[in-house]
Design a protein around this ligand. Sequence first.
Ligand code: ZN
Length: 319
Amino acid sequence: MKLHKIFQSIALSICFAFLAMTFLLISTEDVSAKVRVVGSIPDFAAIAQEIGGDKVEVASLSKGYQDPHFVDAKPSLILVLNKADLLLYAGLELEIGWLPPLITGARNSKILRGNIGNLDCSTLIPRLLEVPITKVDRSLGDIHPGGNPHYWLDPRNGIAIAKGIAERLKEIDPENASYYDERLGDFVRRLSAKIKEWDEKLAPYKGTQIITYHKSWVYFSDWAGFEEVGFVEPKPGIPPSPSYVADLIRKIQQMNVKLVIEESFYSQKAPDLIAQKAGASLLVLPSEVGGRDGINTYSELFDAIVGEITSKLANHGKG
Ligand SMILES: [Zn+2]
């Protein structure tokens, strides 16, 4: 009889222990259940981190020093997408060569087009540039039929992107809506103040003629008031031939071109030659967060770009 009682109490305490553990597990899971956000490029991930704070876990599929048109579709990226609650991407076919197969491989219905976890950030941009008015034909090069996809290089668009991301986070995680709103407000205030500061730095250089490697700086130039007078690529995505480079040099020798801008993942050979012949300075600039060590936020990206451009232009012609 006594033995029976002892067994009963042991069994009961084991039951309680299990129950307690289960509750503990459930509650810790609830507390730590972060919204998993994945950006196709680090800029979207960085903005999402600023809006989501400790309620999100962010990752980027590509690195800021990689050409965003051509990313290696590694199997590890499929795993990242498989667990994602929200996918942020540039759209306008920027990622057409690598993102669709990754999404298919991920087998995650949350991030499929039309679902709440799929955010094409181009839909947030109030004014897209270079939207073709005639039918697009691939012979024109890597032309994007919906417009130029490099819109994150105008910081004013960063505000629109942040607002769109906050809206989605609130839909996915309504319990923390006021947290996201508060952080969005803070982000917009900080970025707006920086934009004012960059505007003032760039103001003396309005109308500066530049040449860029790829048509990836059109939004930046539109904001900074620069005039793009030529491109190292004859057509987007197509590297220049020697005769094209010679023609471009002839064309620009009479012009007052001050800057040639390119990203580090493009060859410097032709841009170097063009800059020399035009009497211009060549600037190899980061175009994304993580494009260089020390650029970890969206704002730091523009600090670097605006800082380098304005100091180059201030010293131009001073030998
Ligand atoms: Zn492009």
